[in-house]
Design a protein. Structure first.
Lengths: 417, 417
């Protein structure tokens, strides 16, 4: 994409209200715009990152045989009364002109359970796993964390349905692994801890995926001996001792919760009377699991983890573009060469952000490039062309390399792999 | 995809409330589920069709240099008061716990205009075109038309910003052409008429794209001489005469509106005081256009147009799968051969719906296949295998052809192109 055509611009002027690292950087760099507290607009660069994350999640969900669906955000009140959750203060409620009541979904057990019930009657129809990627709504009082906590946010929610606990447990472990693949591909695997959390009245534990960040809102407690992490709620119950070895030597760390997985067991199949006929001819309750990842929150967390004082440093697989091509200087020679490189990359199906802006100084182009944070920067200038070369610099390294123009496509292709 | 793994099933039991052709067929065939009046859940097959339509629209929007963004559905009241539209009865309104008021967007001029204003200051920054694909909300009283009219529905909304009328007009014509490409790729080009509609107080006309269907809710008036279509509102003003030739010999046709394009001119740049500095140094108001397509409505309209008494007949480019592979009979030989074909297709990156269900009769499999409506059906049975052959039948033809198994992949690849 030509940067001269990108309608957004980087900005230095930021509201003082904008306190979080993620939203400050993402707004400055032109990835997002703030509409109001807790609600952000995805601009072209932010939308590209979102699509990359969405694609990773979609691939990994399809990889655990989950089928993609899309449920309405507006839900009739009756469904939420059936599960006794209509009373929840976090749910946005509204009325239509006829006076009927609706909830705006912040999770979708109330819709997905009766839906799957219509199609599942026998043990032969199980297991079933369905997911969706969708905007959710939540009447959130704390909205100071940028993309980490909003009144409207993108979620992937997966629901699984099983004939017995063994099958539920097996699938739960499968999803756990898929989640770590997602966080690895998004570049935050090393910082992300599987963390014991409350399982409600149904399981001993559920699991949160907690990512270490300097300004994290959550606290986790890590036992260095057992290599397990425990969330605040559980550790308080445990009187600040490791549930495995009983040690009190725990490390406290600030984190952001990027995902959670939960065995719902028959909590919702009870409410909706969702039975199946088992092999032995008996009617039994279906068992369920649910598994969430907030996509906007994940994107924001990546920025909290991957940045420096100059700007964002995108992990390769979710960068809006793999390459930032910059033409420096206004001479005809530079312009022609940069255009040719850009077109050659397009032909080779390699998307690059191409800084072809004519009214920007060298300093402004480099400052913008560091702020936007594409992992590889390729510069063509009078100076490099004298040697038939281009300059290449990785966003997370200081070293600048001069390479022959003839090797450019090969270098880029190797890097992208 | 293996049909045995698809969690949805076809059904014959349909609520009598379900009156429209599109929703009756789409629910029977397992593409959609009705959550409540005016709100449908996309099931795996329906979601696949949706994604194909979305992809076509995305390609055509990118083709007219529009940049994709995503705006929050929840909008603060103040924006809608600025344009004097907060009073509209069709807008769903809600409050948060702090008592603040919000609208659920049914269109997004109120959000996109101040957003683009932040980035556009000079004639050099224009034109700009941005679009999004998103669920919209509308407090709709008539909800009997299935996917054609809902309280929650998927929309593509494009907004363009220009320095003068000439540039707006040029872009408007470009989008008109892109819309016809979209309707062509979705298989309803022949039935779709560009129709003169009211331009509000700003333009003489806007344009609707109206598709002929047997049960259409709208009426259009076609002048066979001038080959133009006029909507009801305009033709009443014209006293039922063609605005070109003044003839009263007009054909009346039932239609569904699948898209509309509108020159907003300075309606919203006035409201938000959105100026730019022109080449002559003067401050001028930005001119806008807006362009909508309802994706769910388009999907429903395709079904209204493309079906017979047995089920849906998907146009090639938006079918959930290009091929329906059916294994008939339980013998080992049939099973092995069908499995091999399915895997060979997968290797060749050709997605097929593979009816590998073992508990279904030949009749049930054919009935389901006709109902689901994939354009090409490939059958492997004891009988065909005796001749090392497969049977191929197109959904919209009666003829059944027997072809050699060795030519299967070649046949499919040629068909897909």
């Amino acid at each position: 994409m030509r940067q001269s055509k990108l309608f957004t611009k980087t900005t230095k002027n930021l509201s003082k209200d904008e306190k979080s690292v993620n939203s400050r950087l993402l707004i400055k760099a032109g990835f997002f715009d703030k509409l109001m507290a807790g609600a952000y607009s995805y601009l072209p660069l932010g939308f590209l990152v979102f699509k990359k994350i969405e694609n990773i999640i979609r691939e990994e969900m399809n990889g655990v045989s989950a089928q993609e669906i899309l449920l309405p955000s507006m839900n009739p009140r009756k469904l939420w009364e059936t599960t006794n959750r209509w009373r929840y203060k976090e749910i946005f409620k509204l009325k239509n002109r006829k006076g009927q009541d609706f909830a705006l979904g912040w999770t979708h057990e109330e819709v997905v359970t009766p839906l799957v019930k219509k199609h599942v009657h026998s043990y032969k129809d199980l297991p079933v796993a369905v997911y969706q990627i969708q905007n959710k709504f939540r009447d959130e009082l704390r909205t100071k964390s940028g993309l980490l906590r909003g009144v409207e946010f993108m979620m992937k929610d997966l629901y699984s349905f099983h004939k017995d606990e063994k099958d539920l447990n097996k699938y739960y472990e499968k999803v756990k692994k898929a989640y770590f693949r997602i966080f690895k591909r998004c570049g935050i695997e090393k910082e992300t801890f599987l963390t014991l959390a409350s399982g409600g009245t149904f399981s001993k534990y559920s699991h949160e995926f907690q990512t270490l960040t300097f300004y994290g809102e959550d606290l986790i407690y890590v036992c260095p001996k057992c290599k397990i992490a425990i969330n605040k709620e559980i550790i308080e119950k445990q009187k600040y001792r490791c549930p495995e070895c009983n040690s009190k030597k725990l490390e406290i760390k600030k984190t952001v919760e990027v995902g959670n997985i939960f065995k719902l067991k028959d909590r919702f199949s009870q409410a909706f009377d969702f039975n199946f006929r088992d092999k032995d001819g008996k009617e039994k309750k279906v068992l369920m699991g649910c598994y969430g990842i907030g996509l906007g929150r994940l994107l924001g967390t990546v920025v909290e983890v991957c940045h420096d004082d100059k700007g964002i440093i995108w992990p390769k697989e979710i960068s809006p573009f793999p390459i930032h091509l910059i033409a420096l200087g206004e001479t005809k020679k530079v312009k022609e060469k940069a255009e040719k490189i850009y077109k050659d990359l397009q032909k080779a199906k390699i998307e690059a952000l191409y800084d072809d802006r004519e009214d920007k100084s060298i300093g402004a182009k480099f400052t913008d490039s560091d702020l936007i944070g594409i992992p590889v920067r390729i510069v063509v200038s009078e100076k490099t062309l004298k040697n038939n070369s281009f300059e290449v610099k990785k966003r997370n390294e200081k070293k600048i390399k001069l390479m022959k123009l003839t090797s450019l496509e090969k270098y880029v292709k190797k890097y992208i792999k």
